[in-house]
Design a protein around this ligand. Structure first.
Ligand code: NDP
Length: 256
């Protein structure tokens, strides 16, 4: 189980409630843990109940508070139910991190309709559904922090990822637009765009491809989930009140 590596960055999230999608593993688990370590109660959302329970256990192990919510982010009823449950349990929702995401990489001529639909509905429609479900509460509370976990692929494109890149560019455009709708209510909306980060998603690329990828990264290594979590912590912190509609790139210099 990963732990937040360096505790040099801290924020006071005491009494706040966060909802992190895709919290059953990888980046989402690291983000949930980071927010919990800084005082937030964290609603952990994903489909795999067993893996979600491990995230909650890890948070409890460091003295944090968390609850698991099995939910498919593509399912609008389920998304609305989860938000209702969180509000019923904890009476507030301050932070939303749209991290759940998948890829189905293939060159365009071979891309099946389901490769397109599954990626777009998970990555982009899921983001829309959760943002819509939390926006009223955040507007009423006159406080909120929303972060979409996008990707550099949505900024510079990647061959074999037209579906994924379109969904990630969509998450960025969505964040920029929503930031303008909500800024007056003290709700910020930003995107984080990671490059290549160690996780099951990148492991699936295989050693050979990853070796080639590392050569193209000025930092000569993949990033870690904890490095992404630290960036998210900053954006959701009270200190980032004047940062909205932005994209924070974390890619070891790849797109610099
Ligand atoms: P993983 O594949 O390790 O984890 C993906 C997470 O999303 C899991 O928790 C999974 O949970 C959840 N998820 C997938 N589909 C759904 C769904 N329909 N409903 C609910 N939850 C779902 O990926 P990473 O941790 O690597 O990636 C996390 C995010 O970061 C993604 O959005 C990805 O695009 C983005 N990203 C990752 C990069 C990397 O290099 N790793 C680089 C750039 C961006 P479950 O299966 O239990 O539902």
């Amino acid at each position: 189980m990963t732990q937040p590596a360096a505790r040099s960055l801290t924020a006071d999230l005491t009494d706040q409630v966060a909802l992190v999608t895709g919290a059953s593993r990888g980046l989402g688990r690291a983000i949930a843990l980071e927010l919990a370590c800084n005082g937030a109660r964290v609603a952990c959302v994903a489909r795999d109940r067993g893996a979600l329970a491990e995230t909650v256990e890890a948070i409890h192990a460091v003295g944090g508070r968390a609850a698991a919510h099995a939910c498919d982010v593509k399912d609008r009823n389920s998304v609305e139910q989860v938000v209702d449950q969180v509000l019923a349990q904890w009476d507030r929702l301050d932070i939303l991190v749209n991290n759940a995401g998948i890829n189905r990489d293939t060159l365009l001529p071979g891309m099946r309709d389901e490769d397109w639909e599954e990626v777009l509905t998970t990555n982009l429609t899921g983001t829309f559904l959760f943002c819509r479900a939390v926006s009223r509460q955040m507007m009423r509370a006159r406080y909120g922090r929303i972060v979409n976990i996008a990707s550099v692929s949505g900024m510079i494109g990647t061959a074999g990822q037209t579906n994924y890149a379109a969904s990630k560019a969509g998450q960025i455009g969505f964040a920029r637009s929503l930031s303008q709708e909500l800024a007056g209510r003290k709700v910020t909306v930003n995107a984080v765009a990671p490059g290549y980060i160690e996780s099951e998603m990148t492991e699936a690329m295989g050693e050979l491809v990853l070796g080639e990828v590392k050569k193209r990264i000025p930092a000569k290594r993949l990033g870690t989930a904890e490095e992404v979590a630290a960036a998210v912590l900053y954006l959701v912190s009270p200190a980032a009140a004047y940062v909205t509609g932005q994209v924070l790139v974390i890619d070891g210099g790849m797109t610099g």
